[in-house]
Design a binder for this molecule. Structure first.
Ligand code: GLA
Length: 743
């Protein structure tokens, strides 16, 4: 199938995979104009008549004598600053003459099958060339001799277009890129609501919806990490769009640093959406014959509601962004000691901790913070990646051996990007941290950020990690990052390159990941940043799972995981059962509920199983057996959000196996209700004519797919006030799993 059609005469480019279309064209002036993004249009069609322009008062026109053509009116593809378009531009280039105008003009295009990787940056990829087609549009600014190459890849099996932009300076002087967004699109109307994932530490990625108004709605980060506060994602949905129906555009940035995602409604109700590196604080000096590539942005269109959008992102991200040894493998069930012990343990405690976990069926023990250098609390030791011999007399090698001897894998916590002042590493390299000369340096959790924009700093950390990983049996690392960057400045770069440091820092983080992956291809990396402070598509390229949040309370997790699922696949969400009362919010929830919520993710435990009663251990064993039996379905299946904890007293979701022969539905009622209505929950994604058996704690019945999707799944809890089995059918935070199996 030809996925990129070019109308040479009209200079119109039509990306079309049979389900979505994306169209743009070359204007008379040589700039690119946007035509259409949405449900697929006829590939034979001619679409230039979609261009709308009019003679309007108080407008600046491009050419004398022409009172119709202004960039202010025309929908643009990659708008540049200073050329009669007064909306925010995607591109601003500053020359040595101080001018900030840039007018790249269309030169030529190239089409090829497949998709290129981005050097040093994470990006979606293909496994065979038929999976995507790419068009590169070559633009040229004659004044600056600057080449601008816009790249678009459309996927055959996913309704997504991936974009990035590359700049090559062919001039004799350096230019400065002040602003270079990864994508921009001008949609023809603004009758949308924007959907964003915002929150804070322990409350990440809550769904927020707002009506667009004239002007700008934006989310961004200036913290150096993509942040707990806002995720690098933005969706635009119609007011009537629901989970399973209606139109929605999703935009996701494959990047982990400072970003900007914004929607601007202009005075003619045109909606400009753009996304890329946050221009605030950014400036890149592009020397002659060097190039710069923006991160990749992924644009999804769905006519099947928010859930339809999520499924496109999930499909692409779990199989063509996540990569490597662990991408398609069943992830080990792990137990992490952090919430149980914090910094305070010795080897014997850990062995007892792990042995009990092994007895329950857990497959990997992860030793969290506190194992290295002089680390007795968060004031000491960061940067010294060798074992604290008082706690671990046989070192990490010895401990790893002992864990392996139990029949488990061993995993280890690192925070590679940070140092405490009280560390050997800092004492030998006090100049390796990010700090501005003659200014005080702020700390976060008593720690400072290593200057990963410098190769020698990344090398020094790599050497320490490599030494340990190559001699100890370490199967997994939890890569933490517990503060944002402040006083951003690098001693290694001149004044006119300080605007590059935030971006160079992230490139350094990616480089260290890449080197470790190359050296230890079967190492499983779980990303973390005080929970979900850097939970983004960029990290997913290096770490196929991430710790969703430091909040492990099952009720808080309903919203966090529900929001996270808007973009990110279930297989990448680290989710653990923790102790009661919960460490973060003090809530007591049933162990079953904690298990049900955590098992929709990369499942594990975060508590000392030796402290549980024998009845509780039996429940844990059942949870583990259930997960082992179903983890492939959970990781690979199609995920449906059925009932929102943001809008109701319930959270419900469903995972349907790819062959639609099995499904698991999780229904959690937040607060108990008395004498409530009878409830049914319409399911999704089943085969209408297939008969299924439904099994939950108290229910067992057969029904056809059509009934389950139309009339709905009968919920066992009728909130009638009855105590169903004497164990509290009417308690708060009750969660029930329904297994649906084709018969
Ligand atoms: C961060 C992580 C936690 C834990 C601690 C250890 O907060 O998110 O899971 O690893 O650091 O200090």
């Amino acid at each position: 199938m030809r996925m990129i059609i070019v109308n040479e005469q009209e200079k119109v480019f039509h990306l079309n995979n049979g389900r979505i279309s994306y169209l743009f064209y070359v204007m008379e002036s040589g700039q690119l104009g946007h035509l259409y993004f949405g449900r697929a249009l006829n590939p034979e069609g001619s679409y230039l008549h979609m261009v709308e322009k009019a003679h309007r008062p108080m407008t600046t026109y491009i050419t004398e004598g022409d009172l119709y053509t202004s960039y202010e009116h025309l929908r643009q593809e990659y708008p540049c600053y200073g050329t009669s378009d007064y909306r925010y531009p995607a591109l601003e280039i500053q020359g040595s003459d101080g001018s900030r105008i840039c007018k790249p003009e269309y030169q030529r295009y190239e089409i090829f099958n497949g998709k290129k990787l981005l050097s040093g940056l994470p990006a979606t990829y293909v496994e065979d060339e038929g999976e995507a087609s790419t068009i590169e549009i070559f633009m040229w600014d004659p004044v600056r001799s600057l080449e601008v190459i816009l790249s678009y890849s459309i996927f055959r099996d996913v309704d997504a277009v991936a974009r990035s932009v590359r700049f090559v300076n062919h001039g004799k002087e350096s230019v400065f890129i002040n602003r270079a967004m990864s994508m921009s699109v001008d949609l023809p109307d603004a009758d949308f609501q924007s959907v964003q994932l915002s929150g804070s530490w322990a409350r990440e990625r809550h769904i927020h919806v707002r009506d667009l108004q004239p002007g700008i709605s934006a989310v961004s980060s200036m913290r150096g990490n993509s942040s707990h506060q806002h995720n690098p994602f933005l969706a635009l949905k119609r007011k009537s769009t629901a989970e399973q129906s209606g139109e929605v555009y999703g935009f996701s940035l494959v990047y982990s640093g400072n970003f900007l995602a914004q929607a601007e409604v202009d005075n003619y109700q045109v909606l400009r959406v753009m996304m890329g590196i946050n221009p605030f604080g950014f400036q890149w000096k592009l020397d002659p014959e060097t190039d710069f590539t923006t991160p990749e942005a992924v644009m999804v269109y769905s006519g099947d509601g928010l859930n339809g959008m999520s499924q496109q992102f999930h499909r692409l991200y779990k199989s063509r962004l996540a990569r490597g040894y662990w991408r398609d493998r069943e992830r080990p069930i792990l137990i992490n000691n952090w919430e149980a012990t914090q910094f305070h343990y010795v080897e014997d405690d850990l062995i007892l901790f792990a042995a009990k976990a092994k007895e329950c069926g857990i497959e990997m023990f992860v030793l969290d913070d506190g194992w290295f250098g002089a680390r007795s609390d968060d004031r000491h030791g960061l940067g010294d990646w060798y074992a604290n011999m008082q706690k671990l007399p046989d070192g990490i090698e010895g401990l790893a051996e002992k864990i392996e001897a139990l029949g488990m894998k061993f995993g280890l916590w690192f925070e590679p990007e940070m140092v405490n002042r009280d560390s050997d590493f800092f004492r030998s390299h006090p100049d390796y941290i990010i700090a501005t000369p003659n200014r005080s340096t702020s700390h976060g959790r008593n720690q400072f950020v290593l200057d990963f924009s410098r190769r020698e700093v990344v090398d020094a950390v790599y050497e320490q990690m490599y030494a340990l990983l190559s001699k100890a049996k370490i199967s997994y690392i939890k890569w933490d990052m517990n503060r944002s960057i402040s006083e951003c400045y690098s001693q290694a770069y001149p004044a006119n390159q300080q605007g590059e440091i935030f971006h160079r820092y992230i490139l350094g983080v990616y480089d260290l990941h890449e080197r470790l992956i190359q050296a230890f291809p079967s190492l499983l990396i779980e990303s973390c940043s005080s929970g979900g402070g850097r939970f983004d598509a960029g990290m997913l390229y290096y770490a196929p799972q991430g710790w969703v949040s430091d909040d492990s309370d099952a009720v808080e997790r309903l919203k966090i995981q529900y929001g996270t699922s808007l973009v990110y696949p279930i297989s990448c969400m680290g989710a653990h059962v923790s102790a009661c009362p919960n460490e973060q919010v003090g809530r007591r929830t049933p162990l079953e509920t904690r298990g049900n919520v955590a098992c929709t993710g990369a499942f594990g435990y975060e508590l000392d199983l030796n402290r549980l009663s024998s009845e509780e251990i039996e429940i844990v064993k059942k949870q583990i057996a259930f997960y082992k039996e179903n983890r492939r379905l959970i990781a690979e299946g199609n995920f449906y959000r059925l009932c929102s904890p943001f809008e109701t007293n319930f959270a419900a979701w469903e995972t349907v196996a790819l062959d639609r022969q099995r499904a698991i539905v999780t229904v959690t009622r937040i607060l108990s209700e008395i004498n409530g209505p009878y409830r049914r929950l319409p399911l999704c994604g089943l085969l209408a004519e297939q008969k299924y058996h439904i099994k939950s704690r108290f229910l067992s019945y057969d029904a056809y797919g059509d009934e389950l999707m139309q009339y709905g799944l009968m919920l066992e809890d009728k909130s009638s006030g009855q105590v169903i089995d004497g164990s509290g059918g009417c308690q708060d935070f009750l969660s029930v799993l329904y297994e649906i199996t084709a018969i």
